[in-house]
Design a protein around this ligand. Structure first.
Ligand SMILES: [Zn+2]
Length: 247
């Protein structure tokens, strides 16, 4: 068996081949292909292509991770997603354990997505490594969840943070800093993972305009969120990301 250095645990050991969109999910939603959208920092599409599901395989995960925690995480997420697709109102009232599973599953999936596709590597390697080691989402990473009105089997957008709201004199920010936004769409469920390097240290906030989401990491209760609001599509969810100074 081929030896690889696992992106998650860092061990050089036997390689597993894992589908970026797991097989159980492909079968559940009946997807044969999905559209992957790569946006430049100015939000111009760099590429928008249909990938065959069978091709989108991630080869930098070891058999230990794949058969261990990853397999457990897939089972845990599957149970929650099956409940969500029966009644999307569930995303208005997820409990702490469910939010944790969704955060971990999303973080695992966006990492594999970024490393498996031909987009720039925008997820720093220390993110999956630290996440695997400390069992906690890396600092300055935010995860939002919402309802997407335009149905898609599976979709993904990868880009960088490209909007900011600053006063003159607050200009200690650069879009060239490490940042990423990777959004996943599974049927009507939207999950967005965003990151800006040293956001907390610089007193920056990765925010959204409006009230169309629930921040599940770090969790912030949003009593006003309703799936009736949601986003029109995955692009509008992605574009609703803005960097500002924490007040
Ligand atoms: Zn591993």
């Amino acid at each position: 068996m081929q030896q690889i250095e696992c992106v998650f645990c860092g061990l050089t050991t036997d390689r597993a081949k894992e589908h970026v969109w797991p097989l159980w999910l492909q079968n559940l939603v009946g997807a044969g292909e999905y559209r992957g959208i790569h946006l430049s920092s100015c939000l111009f599409p760099l590429s928008e292509r249909a990938h065959s599901m069978s091709v989108l395989v991630f080869g930098k995960v070891c058999t230990g991770c794949n058969n261990g925690w990853m397999s457990q995480l897939e089972n845990d997420f599957k149970k929650i997603f099956i409940q969500i697709r029966v009644d999307y109102k569930k995303i208005e009232s997820l409990n702490k354990e469910e939010r944790k599973v969704i955060c971990d599953w999303s973080f695992k999936t966006i990492t594999m997505m970024n490393y498996a596709t031909n987009y720039r590597q925008i997820v720093p390697l220390e993110h999956p490594r630290n996440w695997c080691f400390f069992k906690q989402i890396p600092k300055d990473v935010k995860i939002d969840i919402s309802y997407i009105h335009e149905f898609q089997d599976l979709n993904c957008v990868q880009t960088n943070i490209s909007k900011a709201l600053f006063h003159q004199g607050d200009l200690d920010f650069r879009f060239k800093n490490k940042s990423y936004i990777i959004a996943l769409q599974i049927e009507n469920l939207g999950i967005k993972v965003s990151y800006y390097e040293d956001a907390k240290k610089k007193n920056f906030l990765i925010g959204n305009i409006g009230n169309k989401f629930v921040r599940i990491w770090p969790y912030k209760k949003n009593g006003e969120f309703s799936i009736r609001v949601g986003y029109e599509n995955i692009k509008s969810m992605t574009q609703d990301t803005i960097l500002c100074v924490r007040t």
